[in-house]
Design a binder for this molecule. Structure first.
Ligand SMILES: C[S@@+](CC[C@H](N)C(=O)[O-])C[C@H]1O[C@@H](n2cnc3c(N)ncnc32)[C@H](O)[C@@H]1O
Ligand SMILES: [Zn+2]
Length: 312
């Protein structure tokens, strides 16, 4: 059980809220690097992003095989998976070593890897056979989201489901996207990543194509009844740093359906402090966290085709 956080849902907390928040209130609760402490032991999938209803509507009733989740943190989503799919084998993956607070059972195992390390990711997928569900809720770094999507969808069981959670971090308005693609250090890193040293000079910066760009384009193509992508779509999607032409064609050929989710209203409580009271007119919480950002709380759910894959 996690014990290092305060349960701010107590009536003591709710009655202590002044509106607008007083300095005294802020001083009392802002102890976590200037932010209020987290709410309780549930995953932010529920109270912040509002993903759970969307998942419940679109996930299979029962899973007997393997479920993988990238990103364990405090183990709350592993608890949610264990409750929902009590017969499944669950593998939690994180860059952290196994923590005492993470749930333990003979159905749950943990694997330590860095999503930023291509070889690490390939090695992991070689050790497992065709999971039925993959949830990617790890680093949220756009290039990592692309990497796990490429390998994960390929390894997923036909008919299985892949969830790319928090895909909004690949939206150009998100700070993680800006850090990865707009900082000088990363611009240089990305160019070097794709060119031999002798060819770097003269290399132009490529367009930025992320998993968000890719999946939103795929979803549009499917909505328009396309069986395969047009030459133009393939060229555009493979013009960035993350996906080759083969990746684009192969990924699209494996996908049966894509459902996109975006939280439409305010979160039920704040991810940062647990408050249910917001400074509504500012679209922010009493602790200062933004509760309705331009790039926030988006998830993509992908159903893989049942039939064998035929690339076009
Ligand atoms: C958003 S949290 C996971 C939340 C959890 N799924 C839940 O719903 O309660 C992200 C997790 O990703 C892990 N992480 C961060 N960078 C990573 C990386 N490069 N590779 C693997 N895991 C990483 C962090 O240690 C953290 O536990
Ligand atoms: Zn807050």
């Amino acid at each position: 059980m996690v014990t290092d956080i305060i349960d701010l849902q107590t009536s003591d907390f709710l009655h202590s809220i002044h509106y607008p928040p007083t300095l005294q209130f802020k001083k009392k609760y802002m102890k976590n690097n200037g932010r209020l402490l987290p709410i309780d032991h549930t995953s932010d999938k529920e109270f912040w992003h509002g993903f759970i209803d969307f998942y419940n509507q679109n996930l299979p009733e029962n899973i007997l095989g393997t479920i993988i989740e990238f990103g364990v943190l405090k183990g709350n989503s592993i608890r949610w998976i264990e409750k929902k799919y009590s017969n499944a084998e669950i593998i939690g993956i994180d860059i952290l070593p196994t923590q005492d607070s993470w749930p333990q059972s003979d159905k749950i195992s943990y694997y330590k890897l860095d999503q930023g390390d291509e070889a690490d990711v390939i090695r992991f997928f070689e050790t497992i056979t065709n999971p039925e569900l993959i949830i990617e809720d790890g680093s949220h770094i756009p290039s990592h989201q692309c990497r796990i999507l490429r390998h994960g969808l390929n390894n997923l069981k036909p008919g299985g489901v892949y969830i790319l959670e928090d895909i909004h971090t690949s939206h150009p308005a998100h700070s993680i996207y800006i850090k990865e693609y707009k900082s000088l250090k990363n611009i240089v890193k990305n160019i070097i990543r794709h060119k031999s040293l002798s060819r770097i000079i003269g290399e132009r910066r490529r367009p930025i194509v992320t998993s968000l760009t890719l999946l939103f384009t795929f979803e549009q193509a499917l909505k328009n009844g396309q069986d395969c992508l047009s030459e133009e779509q393939i060229n555009l999607l493979s013009s960035g740093y993350e996906f080759s032409k083969n990746d684009v064609i192969h990924l699209f050929s494996m996908i049966d359906q894509i459902k996109l989710y975006r939280r439409a209203g305010f979160p039920s409580s704040c991810y940062s402090c647990g408050s249910k009271i917001y400074e509504y007119h500012k679209l922010q919480c009493v602790c200062g966290a933004k509760i309705y950002d331009q790039a926030d709380s988006m998830s993509a759910l992908i159903k893989k085709k049942e039939s064998p894959i035929m690339d076009n």
